[in-house]
Design a protein around this ligand. Structure first.
Ligand SMILES: Nc1ncnc2c1ncn2[C@@H]1O[C@H](COP(=O)(O)OP(=O)(O)OP(=O)(O)O)[C@@H](O)[C@H]1O
Length: 375
């Protein structure tokens, strides 16, 4: 049995094009309707910042406060969350060095880490910026996959950051021609254990998702995806972790001169790619039509949402920006039914209220106009 998490109140201060805006929510799905540039995606971005990371735009903190605002931005949310009712406040303050720093308060107490947010709610999203996922750079697909992993395993982000830091140290030593074996071995040891842990977490997520997609295949209105990882220790995917660690470690120590010449580390989890195929068509996702790719992506995000719900016992908050625009009426109705069946609260945006008719009273309509909200 999946329980619901829901945002019941949201207040934005100096956030993007919002000066002061507040909203009480009924717990139903929320449809934000407004003209281009009204502030719909900004609203979604604010909710995405109730999860660890940089939100759905991957924004730099200094871009987020309203232009002309005297200080930072603030987001306040009252949430009926995974650990009961909670009040979350997040935003930026200016540090002593003049740079903005993110602050997070949970029930009035300063949180030690933004990871604490995942004790209360999980937020997943799909935005038009992700439309080119299957044809674009592998870094985007890696990031997408890592976000999927993060939603179930908050430690994944820390591992990835620590790996990056260790790799940067190795690159620096190599670029300076400092081939100190003791120093390099220590760093490479760290890279090997973190890198293999990252790869294992990604593989586990792919396995879980594959199982869920398979069980949904008959009933889903969306195409099914098969997922695979390539680009890192491909020939040894089934080897136990300790063997992989040894293998990667020896790879790193043998490639020092090559990597020094290249100016970067050429092998590692930072080079992995997520390969997605359209199962029914047996075709690589990148070669499918635009509409097919969008439907695949929607199917994937919904499957992931169901996985999060199953694993945590709580349906995640879903942010679906401009999701209805490219779907025909039947697909749209099927999508709304799938979203509703997840049992959580979904936020959707559109320029035309009519597109959401099939949701009926399952959704609350919020009108967005030039940084103002009205229900
Ligand atoms: N830091 C900021 N301060 C003030 N305004 C900003 C800031 N960042 C973005 N904006 C403005 O916010 C406005 C609304 O952007 P948003 O992306 O939310 O629009 P939208 O309603 O989703 O539009 P569309 O339907 O075109 O996607 C834009 O005009 C943008 O220029």
């Amino acid at each position: 049995m999946t329980e619901k998490t829901q945002i019941t109140r949201l207040k934005l201060t100096d956030f993007r094009n919002y000066d002061q805006a507040g909203l009480s929510l009924s717990g139903r799905h929320v449809v934000l309707v407004g003209e281009n540039g009204a502030g719909k995606t900004n609203f979604m971005e604010a909710i995405s910042l109730l999860s660890p990371g940089r939100g759905l735009r991957r924004a730099v903190l200094s871009d987020v406060p309203r232009i002309g605002a005297p200080g930072g931005f603030a987001i306040f949310a009252a949430v009926d969350g995974m650990a009961g009712d909670v009040e979350i406040g997040t935003g930026t303050e200016t540090a002593d060095d003049g740079n903005p720093v993110r602050r997070l308060r949970i029930n009035g107490t300063t949180a030690r880490s933004v990871d604490e947010l995942t004790d209360h709610l999980r937020v997943l999203w799909l935005t038009p910026a992700m439309d080119g996922l299957f044809t674009g750079a592998s870094a985007d697909r890696r990031r997408f996959l890592d976000r999927l992993v993060l939603s179930l395993d908050p430690a994944h982000g820390r591992r990835a950051n620590d790996f990056e830091r260790a790799m940067r140290s190795r690159n620096k030593l190599l670029s300076e021609g400092r081939f100190d074996p003791t120093w390099l071995s220590g760093i490479e040891q760290q890279m090997a254990s973190l890198g293999i842990a990252m790869a294992a977490a990604r593989r586990e997520m792919i396995g879980l998702l594959a199982g869920l997609i398979e069980s949904d295949r008959q009933t889903s209105a969306f195409p099914s995806a098969s997922l695979a990882l390539t680009g890192f220790l491909d020939d040894h995917a089934d080897a136990p972790a300790f063997e992989l660690e040894e293998l990667y470690l020896s790879q790193l120590s043998q490639t020092r001169y090559r990597d020094a010449a290249a100016g970067r580390t050429l092998d590692g989890p930072h080079r992995a790619d997520l390969v997605v195929r359209h199962l029914e068509k047996d075709m690589e996702a990148g070669r499918c039509s635009t509409g097919e790719q969008k439907a695949l992506l929607i199917g994937l995000v919904l499957a992931h949402a169901r996985l999060v719900a199953t694993m945590t016992g709580f349906a995640p908050i879903l942010l679906l920006d401009e999701i209805a625009a490219h779907l025909d009426e039947n697909r749209r109705a099927a999508l709304f039914d799938r979203i509703d069946a997840l049992g959580g609260q979904a936020f959707m945006t559109g320029t035309d209220r009519g597109m959401f008719e099939a949701l009926g009273d399952r959704a609350q309509i919020v009108l967005v106009e030039d940084g103002h909200l009205a229900t």
